[in-house]
Design a protein around this ligand. Sequence first.
Ligand code: RB5
Length: 150
Amino acid sequence: MKVGFGCDHAAVELKDQLLAYLAEKGYECVDYGAAAGEKVDYPVKGQAVAEAICRGEIDKGVLLCGTGIGISLAANKVPGIRAAVCSEPYSARMAAEHNNANIIAMGARVVGSELAKTILDAFFGAEFLGGRHADRVALITKIEEKYSKS
Ligand code: RB5
């Protein structure tokens, strides 16, 4: 699986740690930045990783900012993206199993690196369960379609 990483200036250190963690586990990781010392607004990186998923360049994304909130809000504006902010592993597993999330977002000022790793393990270790959950995800897509028409 190919995983894209994006972050703003608040989360560069955590991004580097988590990228190394997943790379060590055999995931192909793509770094969309930010780099150390670079000041980048979170919507820029949320959009970059979300669009990379839509282009098929990567399969899933990991987005990090101070809280995980801003960068996930930005990513979720891209049709087809379901970015879930998680601060513990249970929600991360549910985001994959029930919501078919294609991006996990976390806050570098919220979770420590060891907790963040367990959140990644839960997210990437789980699979979408389909069935009734697919029907609900389809309803989310319908909302997107309604507002993409204008
Ligand atoms: C940047 O200071 C901070 O606002 C950002 O990283 C993030 O927490 C926004 O949601």
